[in-house]
Design a protein. Structure first.
Length: 95
């Protein structure tokens, strides 16, 4: 979460026209969303399973989908600003 907070703060500064760290580039990998969600849900299941015997697969699926959907929406919103978008390098993740 610390990385997310730093990134959001940098985006806010960038939107105000402040070049806090102008040389920073972000490499964003792109992978099939269904593969990503399945992988994250599986990891969440394993991690939660270490602390409880009650695992609700539908709840985990809904939570993972909501979290990643929200994050993707925020990223897309930030990248609508050309000054932010120009700091990204998009790379297709190959299976």
């Amino acid at each position: 979460m610390q990385v997310q907070a730093i990134f959001e703060a940098a985006c806010a500064l960038k939107k105000e026209g402040v070049d806090a760290i102008p040389e920073v580039m972000i490499v964003q990998t792109h992978r099939d969303p269904l593969t990503v969600l399945a992988s994250v849900a599986s990891l969440t299941l394993v991690l939660q399973g270490a602390f409880t015997d009650h695992l609700d697969l539908a709840e985990i699926g809904a939570e993972v989908t909501q979290r990643w959907s929200s994050g993707l929406e925020r990223a897309m919103q930030a990248r609508r600003d050309v000054r932010v978008d120009e700091r990204f390098v998009d790379v297709r993740y190959q299976e």
